[in-house]
Design a protein. Structure first.
Length: 320
């Protein structure tokens, strides 16, 4: 949804792109500086004519972010992306996201939606990605921008989220070019045992033992995939579900790692499904190995029904 412009600009994005550093003695560019996004000095205005819902594909290196969601005095992906979009569109925007990733978690397939005036979309559609590249920091990128039906909801219309956790038990640690998204593990891992443990967790369960509780939020989820593979020293865990609760993926991985190290039996993670609160003995895997790689949605004619179904499940007191 669109909000009226703020009377004072928000802070500038950090870290700034080197190419945008102004010469010594010149004023720093702000969101109102036309040199960043436009060849005209005329400020954009809301021209009316209805709104267009826009779906964005977003990638980011989560290492320097305190998660997705905007927080006071913290650098977040949402804050940087909203600032970049406001700079280009000359309007403040509100974003709805598919997956609220935790601090340090990466994304190559994050999905976001926003509503913009139709005339503004027509003005910026062709050059939006290039202009965003010019104002966003180097650890965030918008990879696609498309108009979608108004029934599309990045969060509630999603059918599934897909994550990959990468780690290596090589003595030398992660390869230099993959250190940002691959966790180092000091002990050799028994991947076959981890796969047995993972298979026992599939299906619909209350994953409260693996979640950091949020007031009013259900911890019942449908775990569609939890698979562990080894390729040399690289171990990957692929996790897919209709949705994941707070820290669920990293807790699942942490439980599997306890099995892989031989500290727990393969049946131990599944035994925790009977608990109704967070299990303190479940380790949480380091954030840097986790990446949101994809989000699935139904065909356009099924978007509204999917959104209604998801909202009903989240609001059902028997599930929360």
């Amino acid at each position: 949804m669109l909000r009226p412009p703020r009377s004072t600009p928000r802070r500038t994005a950090t870290p700034p792109r080197p190419a945008r550093t102004p010469p010594a003695g010149s004023p720093s560019p702000t969101r109102s500086d036309p040199s960043l996004t436009s060849t005209t000095d005329e400020p954009a205005t809301d021209p009316g004519g209805g709104l267009v819902r826009v779906r964005l594909g977003v990638s980011y290196d989560g290492a320097a972010f305190h998660g997705w969601a905007r927080q006071p005095a913290q650098r977040t992906v949402q804050e940087e992306l909203e600032l970049g979009l406001a700079t280009v569109l000359r309007h403040d925007v509100d974003l709805t996201v598919a997956g609220r990733t935790d601090a340090g978690v990466h994304a190559t397939g994050q999905v976001v939606h926003l509503d913009v005036p139709a005339a503004l979309w027509a003005q910026h559609e062709a050059k939006l990605l290039r202009r965003l590249r010019g104002v966003l920091p180097p650890d965030v990128a918008v990879t696609s921008a498309t108009a979608v039906p108004s029934d599309f909801d990045a969060r509630f219309a999603a059918l599934g989220r897909h994550y990959v956790y990468r780690l290596t038990d090589a003595v030398s640690g992660p390869p230099p070019l993959r250190r940002a998204d691959t966790a180092a593990w000091a002990r050799s891992l028994d991947v076959p045992a981890m796969r047995v443990a993972a298979a026992l967790l599939l299906g619909q369960h209350d994953f409260a033992a693996f979640c950091r509780r949020r007031e009013g939020a259900t911890t019942i989820r449908v775990l569609l995939e939890l698979d562990v593979q080894r390729d040399g020293d690289l171990v990957t865990v692929a996790a897919s579900a209709d949705a994941f609760c707070h820290s669920m993926v990293r807790s699942l991985v942490g439980a599997l790692l306890a099995v892989g190290e031989g500290r727990r039996e393969p049946g131990w993670p599944a035994s925790l499904l009977s608990r109704t609160t967070r299990a303190d003995d479940v380790p949480v895997a380091p954030a840097g190995g986790l990446t949101l790689v994809a989000v699935d949605y139904p065909p356009d004619d099924q978007l509204a029904a999917r959104t209604r179904t998801t909202r009903a499940r989240r609001d059902d007191p028997l599930l929360s």
